[in-house]
Ligand binder design. Structure first.
Ligand SMILES: C[S@@+](CC[C@H](N)C(=O)[O-])C[C@H]1O[C@@H](n2cnc3c(N)ncnc32)[C@H](O)[C@@H]1O
Ligand SMILES: CC(C)=CCC/C(C)=C/COP(=O)(O)OP(=O)(O)O
Ligand SMILES: [Mg+2]
Length: 298
């Protein structure tokens, strides 16, 4: 099998998910399959709350007053709504760091999943948002949601490798990875963001990374890697790969304390997936951190 370079003219048709490019590597094929088959209730039931479908985690304090009594028959429904509120709060924080974005700007969502963050970005800024995912199922889902919302002229997902996108050099006002950078080599990733971003543009990531102060990835981090078939990088790798690619950190925010309440609440829900303990233990023992990094393309 040969890989298809999506920076070529082939990319013209990549917006149409009838055209599914061959994965660049066998690993990317595994990841495409993983997300094509993903249908965990913890993601779909949360998305059903308001039609924003996320594949990332939450931040902020739990609103115990909104949850009410655990014995109440409506408690589980309220808990789902609360987890979803915290996940959307995470995406809002990412958008807060994109800088001044206008309706004529174009944003790039690298690893866009089912498109929740793209919809939020368009609703906030009125701008165009181009997303890429390896999964045709996810791209179709995101494009269907955009059609239902009547925003498909502004929000579009493609099946495409984030390391080799069809986007024009130097045109994007901002770009991001929301929990999608643990699937790729960071030097390759930041080289591509640096290429598509305008000078003065902003790059933002929210990610889980292992803490170099811990020494090496802990058993919990290894468990998370195995669970999601991903390869979590260290904080040091992020900063080094950005520095090597003209991305200069403007803010580095440790969101670990802000994400723990989400995990502690999720661990009590009927929608647990079994990975909750690994996140909670690794955040608590300091081996793993939930980080936002916003960087200027210089
Ligand atoms: C955990 S999900 C995050 C989805 C989304 N950012 C969100 O916040 O809901 C990870 C995403 O990264 C995408 N991904 C992983 N490796 C990729 C690659 N090389 N190119 C494009 N997308 C990739 C997957 O297809 C999936 O959509
Ligand atoms: C912070 C880290 C290490 C993230 C790894 C990437 C990932 C799988 C994110 C959540 O996806 P999801 O929303 O599909 O997962 P879940 O089903 O657990 O909610
Ligand atoms: Mg989820």
């Amino acid at each position: 099998m040969t890989s298809i370079d999506l920076t070529t003219a082939d990319a013209i048709s990549a917006g149409n998910s009838l055209f599914i490019p061959t994965p660049a590597t066998p690993y990317q094929g595994d990841i495409a399959r993983y997300w094509d088959h993903e249908a965990r209730p913890v993601n779909l039931r949360l998305g059903d709350v308001d039609g924003l479908y996320h594949h990332h985690y939450g931040i902020g304090e739990v609103d115990h007053a909104a949850l009410g009594d655990t014995e109440d028959s409506a408690y589980e429904k309220k808990l789902i709504a609360e987890l979803h509120r915290l996940e959307s709060a995470q995406a809002e924080l990412l958008l807060d760091h994109l800088g001044a974005i206008g309706p004529d700007d174009t944003l790039v969502d690298a690893g866009c999943g089912r498109g929740g963050s793209m919809v939020m970005a368009h609703q906030r800024f009125g701008c165009k948002v181009e997303g890429v995912t390896l999964s045709a199922k996810q791209a179709d889902f995101a494009n269907q949601r955009a059609r239902e919302l009547g925003i498909d002229d502004h929000v579009r997902a493609r099946v495409c490798n984030m390391l080799s996108t069809p986007f024009e050099t130097g045109r994007a006002a901002a770009s991001w990875n929301n929990e999608s950078s643990m699937y790729v080599d960071l030097h390759d990733l930041f080289a591509e963001h640096s290429r598509v971003l305008a000078v003065g543009g902003r790059y933002v990531t929210i990610t889980g990374c292992w803490n170099p102060r811990y020494g090496q990835p802990s058993k919990w981090v290894s468990q998370i890697n195995a669970h999601f078939e991903c390869n979590i990088h260290s904080r040091r790798e992020y900063l080094r790969a950005m520095a090597d690619n003209r991305l200069v950190p403007q803010a580095v925010v440790d969101l670990t304390p802000a994400t723990l309440p989400y995990w502690e609440l999720r661990a009590t829900s009927s929608l647990v997936t079994g990975i909750e303990e690994a996140f909670i233990n690794s955040y608590r023992d300091g081996s793993f951190q939930y980080l936002l990094i916003a960087a200027d393309r210089v």
